[in-house]
Design a protein around this ligand. Structure first.
Ligand code: ATP
Length: 208
């Protein structure tokens, strides 16, 4: 019969998961790819969603965000992503200060999540993989990309935003050309969702 020592020993025998950074610009389809991978049984850490959850529940962080951006940063106790995004959109200094509050908290949360994972591969979905040089802490990086017009149209349909709104966000993000140079794997999402599933499958075959 196994005792506690054997169980601990077994846990120590499991190598740490290989982290694959999954990224892409606005409307590229990175979340769609993340969901496909999750459906295939791969654990996925959704950085942006977690950041929002952490901003909701971490009271110390909440206080710091309010003193940086004002009370409107929270609406009925919940992190007001829309207000915050608008406030920092044209203010790089303020955005940096906000990021310096949120990113360490997300990093800590990710480390905690990772410690409980036993799969060979895990995926970290983040829009800022290359911008924050998070790829340096990953085993490999996977970029999802698509033509600008498609990305704009898909985001307009999803969020009800105008062409100009989406384009303005896109222009602030790292150019696709640069991301393509940095990525280990690339999924081109220029066709339909069925094709995206096939591309994801191909990527997994290449990975193995
Ligand atoms: P963001 O950074 O803005 O959150 P994202 O990279 O996570 O975007 P998704 O949310 O996965 O992008 O995709 C954007 C929208 O486009 C979604 O509504 C999604 O369902 C749709 N979409 C993604 N890929 C395709 C495709 N190949 N065909 C049709 N619709 C797609």
């Amino acid at each position: 019969m196994m005792d506690l020592q054997d169980i601990n020993q077994n846990q120590e025998d499991i190598p740490p998961p290989k982290i694959i950074g999954l990224t892409g610009g606005i409307g590229s389809g990175k979340t769609s790819v993340a969901k496909i991978l999750e459906n295939k049984g791969f654990p996925v850490y959704y950085s942006d969603d977690r950041a929002k959850d952490i901003a909701d529940i971490d009271s110390e962080l909440k206080e710091k965000i309010i003193s940086l951006l004002g009370k409107e940063a929270y609406l009925e106790g919940k992190y007001n992503r829309k207000f915050v995004a608008g406030k920092v959109f044209d203010d790089a200094e303020l955005l940096n200060r906000l990021n310096s509050l949120i990113h360490p908290a997300v990093k800590q949360d990710f480390e905690k999540w990772l410690a409980s994972q036993t799969a060979e591969y895990v995926f970290k979905e983040t829009a800022l993989l290359f911008e924050l040089k998070l790829n340096e802490h990953c085993y490999k990086s996977l970029l999802v990309t698509a033509d600008d017009n498609l990305r704009i149209k898909r985001t307009m349909d999803r969020d009800g935003k105008t062409y100009r709104d989406v384009e303005a966000v896109m222009q602030k993000q790292m150019p696709e050309k640069e991301k393509i140079k940095l990525a280990d794997y690339i999924i081109y999402n220029n066709s339909d969702l069925e094709d995206l599933h096939k591309e994801a499958k191909l990527f997994l075959n290449n990975l193995k």
